[in-house]
Design a protein around this ligand. Structure first.
Ligand code: ADE
Ligand code: ZN
Length: 345
């Protein structure tokens, strides 16, 4: 769609109102500190911080690992099926308020199963929230199981085995956690098996790690989307590949800022990725930790980088193109996007 320019002061309203898909949200990263403390008290889990304020003060990250250490401690308060439901529901309500109409939520089962929580408890709670999201919030919600890359491939295989009884509650698998030192190749066989099972494949690559990890996510793991991928502009041949094959990148600007991938939001390369013709999208990653849900990512990034209404259209359209929804649903999403843009011009 050709979008006429709109007055800068109307851009935030357009960004809020436009329907969008979120393709990169770790559901455990949506646990707000208040809920972490409420669950810790209920489940008698010891936290390293005495109260909500001191936990929040610890959210001053220097890199990915400094965040992950706190994120896994936060997730350790979850025990029951209802608690997994409540966490997902709290996110879905916020997503609906941001006009998210499709979301593909990551979860990290190994964080829970290694504490003795069953795979069934985790998946049943999250899936029930996804099922309620359509009739009650108007959101199509789906689940992507992520393997933790700092653990072994054998561990990933055991996790896949435990998830197989719930195969029909998952749309795909992903790869997350500490990137540098854990290249995609480490998970070649387990991703091969997931591919045989007909699961969609994604992987975090090029968040802090080199373009070589994006190449191997594509060529060895055969992923359909790259999570982050913001290191890709360091390799012009990789940029050409991503553009030609229309591989979506699920970019997370506030995450990149909080984890010091970029020193300032104004220096973020989202605009450059779009200019290079990549299917870039905007996502919140771990919104409870990084200072904002999806609309906050859009509004702050547009304000800092000067992106336009035309680029807002492109980012929302890319989010639908990059989603794993059926083609007919994707067409319906684009129709709704057109209606909202028409109402603004
Ligand atoms: N797990 C949760 N958030 C993550 C991120 N941004 N990168 C890698 N693993 C993660
Ligand atoms: Zn992530």
């Amino acid at each position: 769609m050709n979008v006429p320019p709109i007055a800068p002061d109307r851009l935030p309203a357009l960004l809020r109102a436009m329907p969008k898909a979120e393709l990169h949200i770790h559901i455990e990263g949506s646990l707000e500190p208040e809920l972490i403390f409420a669950l810790a008290r209920r489940n008698r889990v010891e936290l390293a911080y005495p109260d909500v304020e001191s936990l929040r003060r610890a959210y001053a990250f220097t890199n990915l690992q400094s965040f992950l250490d706190i994120y896994y401690a936060g997730a350790s308060v979850l025990l029951t099926e209802q608690e997994f439901y409540d966490m997902a529901w709290a996110y879905l309500e916020r997503a609906a308020a941001d006009n998210v109409i499709r979301t593909e939520m990551f979860f990290d089962p190994q964080t829970h199963t290694e504490r003795g929580v069953s795979m069934q408890t985790v998946i049943d709670g999250l899936h029930r929230a996804c099922m309620d999201a359509k009739p009650r919030l108007g959101i199509d919600a789906a689940l992507i199981l992520c393997f933790l890359r700092h653990l072994s491939e054998e561990d990933a295989f055991e996790t896949l085995e435990a998830a197989l009884p719930f195969r029909d509650k998952l749309i795909g698998v992903g790869l997350d956690s500490s990137e540098v030192g854990h290249p995609p190749e480490k998970f070649a066989r387990v991703f091969g098996r997931c591919r045989e099972l007909g699961l969609h494949l994604v992987a975090h690559a090029g968040e802090e790690g080199p373009p070589a990890y994006v190449w191997s996510a594509l060529d060895v793991l055969k992923v359909e989307r790259i999570d982050h991928g913001v290191q890709s502009p360091k390799d012009p041949a990789l940029m050409k590949r991503l553009a030609e094959d229309r591989i979506p990148l699920t970019v997370c600007p506030l995450s990149n800022l909080k984890l010091c991938v970029f020193p300032e939001l104004s220096q973020h390369n989202l605009g450059a990725l779009l200019d290079a013709g990549l299917v870039a999208t905007v996502n919140s990653d771990d919104p409870a930790y990084f200072g904002g849900y999806l609309n906050e990512n859009f509004i702050q990034t547009f304000a800092a980088t000067g992106l336009t209404a035309q680029q807002a259209w492109q980012l929302a359209a890319n989010s639908f193109e990059g989603s794993f929804a059926e083609a007919s649903a994707r067409r319906g999403y684009i129709d709704r996007l057109e209606d909202v843009f028409a109402s603004f011009s």
